[in-house]
Design a protein around this ligand. Structure first.
Ligand code: ATP
Ligand code: MG
Length: 472
């Protein structure tokens, strides 16, 4: 019998002793055991035993432990031991409607570890470690799969496992990305045949998995474009992308200039997402930045305005997937502006004004997407001149104390009213905005004396009705 060489925490061992007093054995399972074996950090402590949830609750209360019944129907109870938190799930076997819906139609608690193992998703997630002795139980062959870096369904029939709960298809892809594992061929084929079942999963659950997939390299702190691309390519190859983001699938086979692009529009999006820095906004923007291309092409036989078309489509996609408005706006902004000054010919003064209108963070994001876009073309790996230049310029603007918003101007609205002897009105906002654009180019003018003179110069034009505000 293989033993796990690992010191479980004192709290967990004490809890295991309580379970033993009730005549049962406490096991660690799931990601906890998998990651200990892979020498990766653990995200949560999944434990299990044959004890029923009511028994666990009663036992915890008797011993003064805080206990939260989390999903009693599913046998899950959250236990707090000091600062530690464990999630205990009673051994069970489940029945499903077989239409891919995530929730089982019935849950049967069991005395038997094997039953529990075969209701789990993948073999590497169904390895059990006796918390007190360290002995491992591996009814589904997870240890061998772990050694070979393979994802395989826990039970022998992958069709059955993935048909029961289609969310497992997203988990499969996500684990492949996070761990850099391959998918065993029968499991892969079953996922491809059953991907349509994902349409029975709520958008919230899908988006939560998609987020984890997009950030799969971050989970274990290894920044790796290869890992992210590996996951995203599986997302496409399994057919999940067609179900979840069919708009992107339209870029499949859409050829681009071979001098600039090695991939079709779809693969270019996957590569670009993988190349961006590890934030959800940038990864989503990378994925979606060219989503408008097939639409532009179908409309006019060229890619004109694909960024504007793409902005609208991105909004629709993210709205459908229930992303919050902030995420939606930020991603849409990047998609809209990812083509800005494509030839890198804008003058510094033009860029300075543009960056101030966008704001510092957003300007950095445009530099970031430019770099990822170029690297994601599969042709150029060198540094991207425009992105480097923009970042340098942004640094310089911070150094010379360029104001990045009207709030950073060294005058207030009431100063302007006083100087110009005008009442508070929209004209004051317009004057502020002109002062900001001026200071973007001449940051040393951001002082009250100079601003007063400038405001007086701007006033005659701006106190009329026309609005110079242009925030796009
Ligand atoms: P991590 O916590 O690192 O994301 P994990 O494998 O622990 O990975 P959890 O979501 O915490 O994932 O689930 C714990 C365990 O519960 C899994 O390892 C797996 O055995 C089982 N499990 C979770 N979701 C499912 C599912 N949809 N179908 C079958 N088993 C599942
Ligand atoms: Mg876990």
């Amino acid at each position: 019998m293989t033993k796990l060489q690992y010191n479980f925490s004192k709290g967990l061992r004490s809890f295991a002793a309580l379970v033993r007093n009730e005549g049962a054995t406490l096991y660690a399972v799931g990601g906890m055991v998998r990651n200990i074996l892979l020498e990766l950090p653990i995200s949560d402590i999944d434990i299990c035993s044959s004890l029923r949830p009511e028994k666990i609750i009663e036992m915890c209360r008797r011993n003064g432990l805080r206990v939260i019944p989390k999903g009693l129907d599913y046998g899950t109870v959250e236990i707090h031991w000091g600062s530690e938190r464990f999630e205990h799930t009673t051994f069970r076997s489940d029945s499903y409607a077989m239409n891919g819906e995530h929730r089982p139609t019935s849950v049967n608690f069991s005395e038997c570890l094997e039953d529990d193992a075969f209701r789990r998703d993948f073999s590497i997630n169904a390895i059990y470690a006796d918390v007190l002795s360290g002995e491992l139980s591996d009814p589904t062959g997870g240890l061998a799969d772990l050694e070979h870096g393979i994802l395989r369904t826990a039970s022998k029939d992958p069709h059955c496992v993935l048909r029961e709960d289609a969310l497992r298809i997203m988990r499969l892809i996500r684990f492949a990305g996070e761990l850099g594992f391959d998918i065993e061929p029968e499991t892969f084929n079953a996922a491809r045949e059953l991907a349509e079942g994902l349409s029975n999963i709520s958008y919230e659950r899908i988006a939560a998995e998609l987020n984890k997939l997009l950030l799969c390299d971050v989970k274990y702190g290894i920044r790796s474009a290869d890992r992210v691309f590996h996951g995203l390519e599986l997302f496409e190859r399994v057919g999940a992308l067609d179900i979840i983001i069919p708009e992107l699938a339209r870029g499949r086979g859409l050829k681009q200039k071979p001098s600039h692009h090695r991939y079709d529009a779809l693969y270019h999006g996957l590569h670009t997402a993988a190349e961006t820095c590890p934030t959800l906004i940038m990864r989503l923007a990378g994925l979606l930045h060219d989503v408008g291309k097939p639409y532009a092409y179908e409309r006019g036989g060229n890619m004109h305005d694909h960024n504007l078309i793409g902005e609208n489509i991105s909004r629709e996609i993210l709205h459908r997937l229930r992303y919050d408005n902030k995420t939606l706006d930020e991603v849409a902004f990047i998609v809209r502006n990812h083509m800005y000054d494509l030839n890198n010919t804008a003058k510094d003064s033009t860029l300075r004004v543009r960056f101030v209108i966008w704001g510092y963070e957003r300007a950095l994001e445009i530099a970031e997407i430019r770099e990822a876009d170029v690297h994601g073309s599969g042709i150029i790996r060198d540094r991207v001149k425009a992105a480097d230049r923009w970042r340098r310029l942004l640094e310089q603007m911070v150094e010379d104390e360029t104001p990045f918003s009207v709030n950073e101007l060294r005058c207030t609205g009431s100063n302007i009213c006083q100087w110009l002897k005008i009442p508070a009105s929209p004209a004051v906002g317009r004057i502020k905005f002109c002062l900001l654009k001026h200071c973007a180019r001449f940051p040393s003018d951001n002082n009250p004396e100079k601003l007063r003179i400038l405001a007086k110069n701007f006033a005659p034009k701006l106190c009329e009705n026309s609005s110079p505000m242009n925030n796009n």
